[in-house]
Design a protein around this ligand. Structure first.
Ligand code: ADP
Ligand code: MG
Length: 744
């Protein structure tokens, strides 16, 4: 049997030894700083900080990411690049040497377990070779690099496992014995190990802290769904005696997280519904007039969404609505038809002037594009339209040049918006600065809202006296359970139909060796005067701070390779997240003008770029993206009646990946793809977890429709009955989650 106590005694690394010799001052309380009760070295302090753990309660709520029964769960033979693994085995042939070109130190060696061996290397840690003895038993944790079939692990964490302890507890011997010890594995950070957590928590459990914990879930709710109380659940999640303990505890915490978010959203909604909006008695006929003036007919889906919004406009409290529609489904038209009603309505008890509308876009390019669209839609009206971005302001129409926009100063813009002379303002984040005050802001539209926080949204909304109607638009197909939870405060309209005349996209899944086929197609399209995107693989890197730099490097290398080896005759541009906003804008402007034929980009182009002349897209490392992200990416070339093509170039030949990617060539329904993603890989993979800020546990729960509904019913009930204030622990979870949720 795998014995941690034995391991502790034999192993005795500094971090564990320090636990035994603490000055233990007084009783431990949940809100106490960890440093008050544990002696920590510099690395441990830094690691806890990186993990966002400050208090004892934080430690208790830092859940294991998985459990191991005794030894390692992964073996060398099953390694696949890009995954994070923990292996147990022996180190052999460690050698330190100096790389001659870069003068860098590298330590290389082989890690072996019963199933095979894998190369391990450390950079700039020449001392490693001296402290891991040849043939010693180690636990290695790191991310697998290299290629399928030729993997390596660079810079792993390594824990020395003394002989005599581990072998009995490992692998088959243990399974045969039928009594595995369950060891929690925590999301680790350099400087702190799972073993440290294991022992620290043991000490905390020995104190009286658990008894002092307040439960954020009301007991009646816990009883209804047979959920353990907080103290039991915390013990079970960290120190399960059987698998079932961990499962039940995790279920409780995922319910708690979803419930908390739902309560927060229900409170938001309640606050919204207590506010007053500007009346717009003519809204319906105004919108009809607008639609009649267009030379296109709105799709049925657009008509339904416009009706939803107009009905909301008639209500005494502000609208709070999410408009979801695939790329190209025509969300701008819905925004324009309804904004038209606003900018043609008078403020109450006024003989002149109009209500105001604001439209916030996620990037400067998009703000400019939409400024132009609104000018096209509204140019016949006697109203002023303005643009505000970080790099300047514009107004339409110009007093001097009829029918054109002109540059104005920020001061002028602020004055005219505050005075009500400007009816429609389009902008970036610059819209929500404090100095921008509206006179009668009646309608706030936010495009690609998951890029904006709820707080920013509110900042925009709270400018006027009465509260504006709020419309959030997104091209991200959000599975229902996720929408019900994260956007629980919003009503939802869906555009599930593309405007007519849009050519169908052909999506082709190529084997790595057939890549030339894709290049031929690109050449062909460019010769016809069209343009192309090449998307570089998404890089999985645990440290978000490093992602941009790594992506940038790979995109640069790919652009260089294409220019030198494949398309020397074409102009190739580069776009990645590490570029400054004005650099990105400059490249996009050149691409839009046709000066660049091939744009090599990381997934930054995902959001709303509109270059109708781009007709082909190549996606490298396609298996690293979620299906809905791929769907969004290919939407970039589906902007006209010309039939576009998308080439998926996966790096692996793994059957699972190929099968998953195949659904993309078979379906062009963004919602179906999002649901498929949720099923297959969990919501975390949908669009990058960072964007949602929901924990892994919460994400898992999002697959569970019954749980989501139950949590939602309970949340609505407790908010309706004004019960929230009776649960201080719930309120404190709400504010904790609010700061963690990226959308705040
Ligand atoms: P989204 O913002 O939803 O991605 P857009 O609003 O940019 O989509 O619209 C995409 C394109 O479709 C635009 O060129 C727009 O003019 C056009 N479009 C929108 N609605 C219709 C319609 N009902 N009929 C024809 N074309 C439309
Ligand atoms: Mg759009």
């Amino acid at each position: 049997m795998y014995n941690f106590e034995a391991r502790r005694i034999h192993e005795g690394p500094a971090s564990i030894a320090s636990l035994a010799s603490l000055d233990y001052t007084g009783a431990m309380r949940p809100e106490d700083a960890i440093t008050k009760h544990f002696r920590l070295d510099k690395n441990q302090i830094a690691a806890l900080k990186r993990l966002g753990l400050a208090t004892i309660l934080d430690l208790l709520r830092h859940f294991p990411s998985r459990y191991e029964s005794g030894g390692a769960s992964v073996r060398v033979e099953g390694l696949s690049p890009g995954t994070k693994v923990t292996l147990v085995g022996t180190m052999k042939g460690l050698k330190a040497k100096k790389l001659w070109k870069s003068r860098r130190n590298i330590t290389e060696g082989w890690f072996e377990d019963g199933s095979g061996r894998v190369k391990i290397m450390w950079f700039n840690q020449p001392y490693i070779a001296s402290y891991i003895k040849e043939g010693s038993m180690v636990k290695v944790t790191g991310t697998v690099g290299g290629k399928e079939g030729n993997p390596y692990i660079a810079n792993p964490e390594v824990e020395y496992l003394p002989p005599g302890v581990i072998p009995e507890g490992l692998f088959d011997a243990e399974k045969e014995a039928g009594a595995p010890g369950i060891f929690p594995i925590y999301p680790e950070s350099r400087g702190i190990t799972s073993l440290w957590f294991f022992h620290a928590l043991k000490r905390i459990f020995e104190s009286s802290v658990l008894a002092a914990l307040e439960d954020p879930i009301p007991s009646s709710v816990r009883e209804r769904y047979h959920l353990p109380d907080i103290a039991t659940a915390i013990q079970w999640v960290h120190k399960p005696e059987k698998e079932d303990h961990a499962t039940v505890a995790r279920k409780r915490f995922s319910f708690e997280e979803i419930f908390t978010i739902q309560v927060a959203r229900a409170l938001d909604r309640k606050e919204n519904d207590s506010q007053v909006s500007f009346p717009m008695p003519e809204a319906v006929s105004l919108s009809e007039r607008f639609l009649a003036s267009l030379d296109v007919k709105p799709t049925n889906a657009q008509k339904r969404a416009i009706d939803d919004i107009l009905v909301d406009f008639q209500k005494p409290h502000p609208m709070a609505r999410l408009l979801e529609g695939d790329v190209g489904s025509g969300k701008t038209l819905v925004a324009a038809a309804t904004a038209y009603a606003v900018v043609n309505s008078r403020p109450p008890e006024r003989k002149s002037g109009t209500l105001q509308a604001a439209y916030m876009a996620p990037t400067e390019i998009l703000a400019q594009q939409h400024f132009q669209s609104f000018i096209r839609y509204f140019k016949h009206l006697p109203i002023n339209i303005a643009l505000i971005t970080g790099s300047g302001c514009k107004k339409f129409p110009s007093k001097l040049k009829k029918g054109e926009a002109t540059d104005i100063s920020r001061t002028q813009l602020l004055k005219w918006v505050a005075g009500g002379e400007i009816a429609m303002v389009v902008g970036t984040h610059a819209l929500i600065q404090k100095s921008l005050k509206f006179q009668h802001l009646a309608y706030a539209i936010v495009d690609e809202q998951h890029r904006f926080g709820t707080r920013q949204r509110r900042a925009l909304a709270h400018k006027g006296d009465a509260a504006p109607h709020f419309l959030s638009m997104t091209a991200t197909p959000i599975p229902r359970t996720l929408a019900l939870t994260l956007y629980g405060d919003l009503d939802i309209s869906v555009l599930d139909e593309l405007p007519p005349g849009r050519a169908k996209i052909s999506t082709m899944l190529l084997k790595p060796q057939d890549r030339a086929e894709a290049y031929e197609k690109v050449r062909d399209e460019i010769r016809k005067g069209h343009q192309a995107y090449v998307i570089c693989p998404r890089i999985n890197e645990p440290d978000p701070a490093k992602i941009n730099a790594l992506q940038a490097k790979s995109a640069k290398a790919e652009a260089k390779r294409l220019k030198e080896e494949v398309f020397p005759e074409f102009e190739i541009g580069l776009l990645h997240g590490a570029m400054k906003a004005d650099e990105k804008d400059a490249v996009m402007t050149r691409f839009a003008a046709g000066e660049i034929q091939i744009l090599v980009a990381t997934s930054v182009i995902e959001v709303g770029i509109n270059v109708p002349n781009a007709t082909v897209i190549l996606i490298e490392g396609a298996e690293r993206f979620g299906l809905s992200q791929l769907h969004q990416l290919r939407g970039r070339v589906q902007r006209s009646s010309y039939p576009p093509s998308c080439f998926l170039l996966p790096e692996t030949k793994s059957e699972v990946s190929m099968k998953r990617l195949k659904t993309l060539s078979e379906s062009d329904d963004g919602f179906k793809l999002a649901e498929a993603d949720l099923e297959a890989r969990g919501a975390g993979d949908l669009f990058g977890k960072q964007q949602w800020g929901v924990s892994d546990l919460g994400m898992e729960a999002l697959k569970n429709v019954k749980l989501i509904r139950a949590a939602r019913d309970e949340a609505e009930h407790i908010v309706r009955s004004d019960g929230v204030t009776k649960y201080p622990a719930l309120l404190s979870r709400i504010s904790k989650i609010a700061t963690e949720l990226h959308t705040e």
